[in-house]
Structure formats: C-alpha cells, structure tokens
Design a protein around this ligand. Structure first.
Ligand SMILES: [Zn+2]
Length: 901
C-alpha cells in the first residue's frame, strides 16, 4: 500500500518535472529532458521509478536518484509507514527498502526500530538500529534527519566501537575466501546482497584491529584475502593505505577497491547496489562486474608500490595510450612506453639463455618486457588538478581554479591560473612556483595534461561583490550563501552549489563573520539598544534590516530610501552604528566618500549588495575645498538603483563595465545634510541630540560596545533566512501604510510618503525575526511619523541657520535708506560679500552662523534662490562710501554671492 502510494507520487512528479511518459506495454517511461545535457533522452523505470537516467551513457551518463530529487517524499518515514503493534518495524523496513533499495526479506531479525529523542530541540525521530559487539549499537535517524544538524546516525552513548566491525549474520567468517571491509553498515549489507562477503568497519579512520586478530586466530594458516573498500575520499584513501600495510604485516593478502567519484557526487556501495537494481538478469550481472572491475583497478592504483608499478597498471588497463601522465605520492611523472623496442625485447627474453627467463609464463614475460620499455620522467614535484573554470559573465574574463598538493604535510593549496598561464610552459612554471613546486616538464607535457584536465571542465559563475545577487536570487558571501531560506556552506572546492547554479564570491576585502549556528545566539541586546537609543536605535536597526531586501524592494517598488544619522558630537551615533554592524557580521563603521577619487569611491560603492554603505563625514565644515569635491547630488540616482560610474577595467569585449548600485546609503555626520528638494526628499533623517546619560544607560552602552561579532551575527543569518516571509509581509503592509499617509493629507511629497511607509512596513517585518514589545513598536511607529513630518517641512522651508541669516540681512538693510550689505545695483538681485556682511553684522551686534556653514547652505536656500558664489560686482555700498570720501579712491568692484531678491 505504502509502496504504491509513494510510487504514484514519484510517477506524477517525474511526468510533471521531466516530461517523462509511460510507454504502454513496457516497464519504462521515456522522452524526458535530461537535466544535465538537455537532450530528450531521459528515461526511468515505470515499475520501479527510483532513478532517472540519461539515454546517452557515453556522452552524458547522467543518473539521479529520485530520493535525492524529492527528499520530501523520502524523509518522514514515520508518517508514511507508521509502525503498528503487529508490525513494530514497519517504518524501519520502509526506509531500508525505499531509501536504501535493500531486500528486507533477507534481513529479518538484523535490526530493530527504535526512537531517538533530542532534548535540546525537543524533537524525535524513528531509527533503524543494529546491534554491535559488547552490547553496543548503531542507529540511523530516519525522520527528517536534517533537523538534527550533522548527526544523521549515532552510536550508543558512551559506547566505543573501536577495533570491532559489524558482520552481517549471513557472512560466515570461518569459510569466506575474500572479505570486503567497507565503511557503513548499509554498504556491507548492499555488497552482501550482491554475493560479496563484506563487513562494516563503521568508520574509515579506525583500524578494526581486534576483529582482524580474531579472524587471524580463527583462520590460522588459511587467511582470507582482504579487500579494503572504504569511501573514496582523500582522508579515507590515506587511511586505506595505512590499514592495508598494517593488515599485510598481520599476514593477510590485501587489495583495495574504490568507486570512482565523478562530478563531485559521492557514490558509495549502497548507491551502486541501487543502480544495479535498475537492470535485470544478465545486464545486471554485466553492469555489476564492470563496476567491480573498475573499483578494483582504482584500488590497485592506490596501493601501487612505485610509480613504475602504477604506470604498468595504467598501461595494461583498457586502451591506454603509449604516453601519459601519472601521479604518485603527490609527484607527477610522464610515462612513455617505447613500442618500437617491444618486439625486440620480447624476442630477446624468449630466446634468452637465462634460466629464470625461460621459466616465465607468457603473461609475466610480457610484463617484464613492458617494464623494460617504460621510461619514467619526473615532471613536477606536486600534484595539480584543474577544479573548474571561473567566469565573469559581465567582463567575459575566465580563470582556472587549481588544487595543488605537494609531498609535504602542508594542506593542499587552491589558486587561479589565467588562460595564458596554462598555455605556456614557462609561464606555468612561474605560476606553479607560488605553491613552492617546480615544473620540469616541456610544453608538450603541459599541453597534454591541460587538454585532459580542462576538457568538459565545469564552470562556476563569479560575483565581484558581496551580498545579495539578483541573478542568483541568493545572498552570497565568501563561506556561506543563503537562498530561499536555506543556508549553504562553500564546498571543498570553495564554491556554492545552489539550485541549478554554481557560484562563487570573489570579493575578499569586505570581511564578514556570520554565525550560521543559532546556538549561543540571544536577543538580549535588544532591551539594551532600546535603553540607550530608544526609537532612533530601532529605526536605524530597521533600516539596516530593510537594506537586506533593498534590491528586491527596488525591483518591485522602484526605490529604497537613504538614511541620515546626524546630530551633535558625542551623541552616540558611532556606538550605535558599530553595534548594528556587529549584528550584520562586521567590525566596521563606514568610510569617508570625500577622501579618494571618484573612481575609488565608485569601487567602494560597488563592493556590497543589500548592505548599507555608511558614508562618514570627517568634519566637512572646516574645509570648503573638500566639500566641493563631493556632492550628494552624485548619489541621487542610487535611490532607484542606477549605475555606478564607469570603471577603468579592461574587458575582453569592448563593453565598458558599469556595475549597478546594489546597496543602500546611510549618511552619518554631525552637520545635517543640506540640499535641494531632490536630495532631501530621498533621505529619511534621524537626529541625534546629546543624550541624557544615566548609570543604567552607560552600563547598557558599555555592554553593546563589548559585544562580540560572533555572538550576535546570527541575527543577519536569521533575517536572510526569513527573506520570503519578510517580502510577503512587506507586500501586504507597505501599500496600506502608503495609503494611510496619503490620506492623512499632512504630507505633500510622494517620496517622503514612500520612504516613511517603507520604514513603517519594515518595522512590521522586523518582528518576524526579533521579539519587539508592543511599546517599542507603537513608539517607533509614532517616531517615524514625526520623521516624515520633519522631512516634509525640510523640503519646503530653509534650515534654521539660513532663516537666521536672512533675518539679519533684512534687519541690516532696514537700518537706513542706503544699502549696507546688498551691493547690487540691479533691482531684483541681491549681492552679498560674506566677510563684509559679517563685519557689519558685528558692528550692529547681530550674531550670524559660521561662514563656512553659510557657504554650504546658501547654495541650497529657498528664501532667496542662489545664482553665483563669486561674481565681481559694481558695488552700490562702495559707491555710497566713495561719495562721502571723494579724495580717497576705493575699488568699486567686490566679489559677491548673488541671489534672486
Ligand atoms: Zn544527458
């Protein structure tokens, strides 16, 4: 029943997802599209639809297991096949049959079904349990084991299986001629069900010393041959060599068997067993024999005693060429069989007077001849392998990513080679030196090796920024990525295997330290943040949080606001910014955009996506020249995304590289940002006055300052994992807030309304990942409404300083019928020399704002529209003076700031 149920679901999905159709009258489904090569050659069995295969075994050979394609169908076995009083192992049996392809009819009494309960998580799973020697056991968790992290199976607590193995009850150690030693219990059962006697060592890194001693004792004088058949992984291979040596010392004859691993897919004996099940009868036997022969050959290569022995094995194995490269002990050799000498040598041995030679069998004679015509040359003292091609689609650049291992104990190194560096022997030599290895080969050797290593090499897309990549719909960092709520770790080859795409982040200058593990993360920083910064702290946090979704929000709603954090010195802005960054995995504050060139700024601004760029202003007021080089106007377009300035990067095509702006912008400085409506309306502003510090708030601030990045950076991971929920909530509440703000009729600017509705919506979204109290939420909402009102008035009126300035101007000009500070002779125009203005103001005991502040603000003023900052003006004021002192000539021209009256 259960089986039909599962089969029906699988058939339905295969038909829907791959277009596979049942050919009536056969046991097969055909005509599907192969996900690897795209050809319509995909097929599956209709009666046992547990695999899909490409019908082009030579050219493509794609095989996928349905249990991996549709994990959801194959993971909650307790639900799918509940055990009952009359059938207490129903769940375990279903798992063994459908997830492992084993014939449970041959395994009665080998296992029990148990239950595992995890106290930390308060979660339970059924298990399949196998008894081990000395009262131990091993069990596999079978209900959605991913809930328990890395632990998919476990031994009895406090039990050590060290030195023992698990032997299937059907394997008779007293009589076997050949005994395979594999890692897993399911591997051992799989081989047993294919008439191969196998035991499970339960790990690769422990030598089953005790079990082997017992076997040696039992079989004194008649030892079986051992076949070490551990998983084909680098560390397991090293252990295998050690265990083979050790067991030979015990007197056993040893060989090895290793399953070739292709395309980075892990294939074990249980996988092979399931593949063999796909075929029937003679075909199955052939397939199995072939796979076992290949595995044994791989094993022989691993245990070869010398490079020469390995070369011989390779040459005699199926249509080998007469010249090839081989690796031995992390050195690479060039083997060359001189076939022209072959016949001559053979004749010599056959006709030899040497007694030993005459006794050689034909096979041994041929072997001896081959050995004598094999020339070996060391070509480099390392082992290198091209792992993949890194491509940058935008600049159409490509690099080859290699792993290089040296005979030393150092860990393998991985680095890139340019196409040029792998094309020329001398350039290759220089680049390889990076790992300390020397290339002794010739151009011919290199060409041959590179052809073999790069043909059909997989390629990995790259991004040259860090954060959210629209193209991949994923957050991508150096060591982790998050896509649709799932966290991915970079694999052993340093890239991410996202659904359907391989991708890698090349940006190394932005360091992020994100804790994937929820363990140890607590929200107890929130009350401290609230105590120190109140609504401002939450609004800033909301902005950072919202920035994680800026690209998605801009794509859907066309804009994302900028945030200004300005106010008095020592108001705690720096403490707040640095703390929020810790939640986002960085020890950081921001950078000063006025320092450095435009292109340098562009580069810095292109480094991150869906993270804020915090622009710090180092006291701009005191340096008028500096202010000139940098205008907020430059950023206006980034509100809707926009392009960064062209970079001087040479590309292979003729295109120039104009990366888009993918971040958000926080402006952090003491002075408020002044500017015209177009810039002010894009900014949501937080004003920071000097705080009232209490003992509690100081302690809370100290604790925020001392917080370690790794203790809180899981917050950002949590937020990214909630992407789908956040965007759904945003889509629901943003239009609602926007309509409310419009309806209130207090705000006139569409941008001001959009920006603050977004902040309101994001406060709602923030609650999906952070437990805000009702008071925090209502106070923060009120505060955001206040911010919106402030913005609305800022874009319609002048700042305080300018108002004061024009009030003084009006006062001075009202003192007499003659102009005092307005030099203009033209009606409708005001011309002011600021220094003279200050002097007159002082004479009349009028306070005016600092001149440098005025110089910056006057350009953006609304009371009188700015025309020119340094116009030579025939001064009306000086003309009056000249009339009073005719004998003393005064220059009549003065440089003035000119405004519309
Ligand atoms: Zn294919």
């Amino acid at each position: 029943m259960m089986k039909e149920d599962l089969r029906a679901s699988v058939l339905q999905r295969l038909e829907h997802d791959f277009n596979l159709k049942h050919r009536v009258g056969t046991d097969y489904m055909r005509g599907g599209e192969c996900p690897a090569c795209g050809k319509k050659e995909l097929y599956a069995r209709f009666d046992k639809p547990w695999q899909i295969r490409c019908g082009r075994p030579e050219r493509c050979g794609h095989i996928a297991h349905v249990k991996e394609l549709y994990e959801d169908l194959f993971e909650d076995w307790s639900k799918r096949a509940p055990s009952t009083d009359s059938d207490p192992v129903a769940t375990a049996r279903a798992y063994l049959e459908f997830s492992r392809g084993l014939n449970t009819g041959l395994m009665t009494g080998w296992y029990t079904q148990e239950n595992y309960f995890n106290q930390d998580l308060n979660e339970a799973s059924a298990t399949v349990r196998f008894a081990l020697p000395n009262g131990g056991y091993w069990e596999r968790l079978i209900d959605r084991p991913s809930r328990f992290g890395k632990m998919k199976a476990r031994f009895k607590p406090k039990y050590s299986a060290q030195g023992h193995w698990w032997c299937p009850p059907t394997v008779d150690l007293a009589t076997v001629e050949e005994l395979w030693i594999v890692e897993g219990i399911f591997d051992a059962i799989s081989l047993s069900q294919n008439n191969i006697a196998a035991v499970s060592a339960m790990s690769s890194n422990v030598y089953p010393a005790h079990a082997l001693e017992e076997l040696a004792e039992l079989r004194k004088g008649n030892l079986p041959r051992l076949v070490w058949a551990l998983d084909n992984e680098p560390t397991a291979r090293r252990y295998l060599q050690r265990w083979a040596k050790q067991s030979r010392e015990m007197g056993f004859k040893c060989v090895a068997a290793l399953i070739p691993q292709r395309d980075g897919r892990k294939v074990d004996w249980n996988d092979l067993h399931q593949r063999w099940q796909f075929e029937e009868g003679e075909k199955r036997d052939q397939r199995r024999k072939r796979d076992l022969d290949v595995a044994r050959h791989e094993g022989d290569l691993l245990l070869a005693a010398s490079p020469r022995e390995k070369a011989m094995l390779m040459y005699t194995w199926e249509d080998a060429t007469s010249e090839f490269c081989l690796e031995f002990g992390n050195r690479m050799y060039w083997a060359r069989f001189d076939l022209s000498k072959l016949e001559e040598e053979q004749r010599e041995i056959l006709n030899s007077d040497d007694h030993d030679d005459q006794l050689l069998s034909e096979r041994d004679a041929r072997r001896k001849v081959l050995e004598s015509v094999c020339a070996l040359k060391l070509i480099t003292n390392c082992n290198f392998e091209a792992l993949y091609k890194q491509v940058n689609e935008v600049t159409s650049e490509a690099w080859f990513y290699f792993r290089v291992e040296t005979p030393s104990d150092n860990a393998p190194e991985k680095f890139t080679f340019t196409p040029k560096q792998i094309s020329s022997s001398s350039e290759f030599k220089a680049r390889l030196m990076y790992s300390g290895a020397t290339w002794l080969g010739t151009q011919k050797h290199l060409d041959q090796i590179i052809i073999r290593q790069t043909e059909g090499l997989k390629s990995v897309e790259t991004i040259d920024f860090i954060g959210y990549s629209k193209d991949h719909k994923a957050y991508i960092f150096n060591d982790i990525a998050v896509q649709s709520g799932n966290v991915f770790k970079a694999n052993a080859e340093d890239y991410f295997d996202l659904s359907k795409k391989r991708v890698k982040c090349l940006m190394k200058t932005v360091r992020m330290n994100l804790s994937i593990d929820a363990k140890g993360y607590r929200d107890d920083w929130l009350p401290k943040l609230w105590l120190c910064f109140g609504e401002k702290g939450l609004v800033a946090l909301t902005y950072w949080f919202g920035s994680l979704f800026a690209e998605q929000i801009r794509a859907e709603y066309e804009s994302f606001p900028f945030l200004e954090m300005s106010g008095e010195p020592d108001s705690g802005k720096t403490t707040l910014i640095k703390f929020i960054w810790k939640l986002f995995g960085r020890l950081y504050e921001g950078f000063d955009p006025a320092k450095g060139s435009t292109s340098g700024r562009s580069r810095a601004m292109g480094q991150v996506a869906n993270l804020p760029l915090v622009l710090l202003e180092a006291d701009r007021n005191s340096n008028a020249d500096n202010a000139k080089s940098f205008e907020w106007d430059e950023f206006k377009d980034f509100y809707g995304g926009g392009l960064l300035r062209t970079r001087g990067i040479k590309t292979n095509s003729n295109d120039t590289y104009e990366p888009p702006f993918r971040a958000s912008i926080v402006i952090a400085q003491n002075a408020p940002v002044v500017g015209h409506e177009a810039i002010l309306s894009r900014i949501a502003k937080l004003y920071f006055p000097k705080p009232n510090i209490t003992e509690e708030s100081r302690a809370a601030a100290d604790s925020l300052v001392q917080t370690e990045v790794e203790d809180v950076s899981h917050f950002m991971v949590k937020a990214m994992k909630a992407e789908q929920q956040v965007l759904a909530r945003f889509a629901e509440v943003y239009p609602k807030y926007r309509a409310e703000l419009w309806a209130s009729k207090k705000l006139g600017s569409d941008r001001v309304i959009r920006n603050h509705s977004m902040l309101l919506a994001l406060v709602d979204c923030l609650q999906l990942v952070l437990p805000l109290s009702d008071r925090m939420v209502s106070d923060t909402r009120k505060y955001i409404l206040g911010m919106a009102a402030e913005r609305q008035s800022a874009i319609t009126t002048d700042p305080q300083e300018l108002n004061e300035f024009w009030q003084v101007y009006d006062y001075l000009e009202s003192l007499s019928s003659e102009p005092l500070v307005n030099h203009s002779k033209t009606p409708g125009v005001i011309a002011i020399n600021l220094n003279q203005f200050a002097e007159v103001a002082m004479e009349h005991r009028q306070r005016i704002p600092d001149l440098s502040v005025l110089r910056r603000m006057l350009k953006e003023g609304r009371t009188h529209k700015f025309i020119d900052a340094s116009r030579p003006t025939e001064s009306a004021v000086r003309a009056n003076l000249q009339m009073r002192t005719p004998l003393n000539p005064i220059p009549q021209s003065v440089r003035c700031w000119v405004f519309k009256a």
